[in-house]
Design a binder for this molecule. Structure first.
Ligand SMILES: [Zn+2]
Length: 72
């Protein structure tokens, strides 16, 4: 697929780190499967991966840590 952000890059399967600020905490989910644009680096997640990210993010919130790191 062609990247919708830069409209020139092609996306290939790979892994990335998903980072999000949530309630003044940094949540990092490491080694997440994604389709990644070879030009600008934008990552696209499928619905299963989004669910996985949400689960890990909720765990991070309940753990009350400033930074949480996760491995797949
Ligand atoms: Zn792109």
């Amino acid at each position: 697929m062609i990247c919708v952000i830069c409209k020139t890059g092609e996306c290939f399967p790979g892994t990335t780190h998903f980072t999000q600020m949530l309630k003044e905490k940094l949540v990092v989910v490491k080694n997440v499967k994604a389709n990644i644009c070879q030009n600008c680096g934008e990552a696209y997640f499928d619905s299963d991966t989004v669910k996985y990210i949400q689960t890990k993010t909720n765990e991070a919130i309940s753990n009350q840590e400033d930074v949480e790191l996760f491995n797949v």
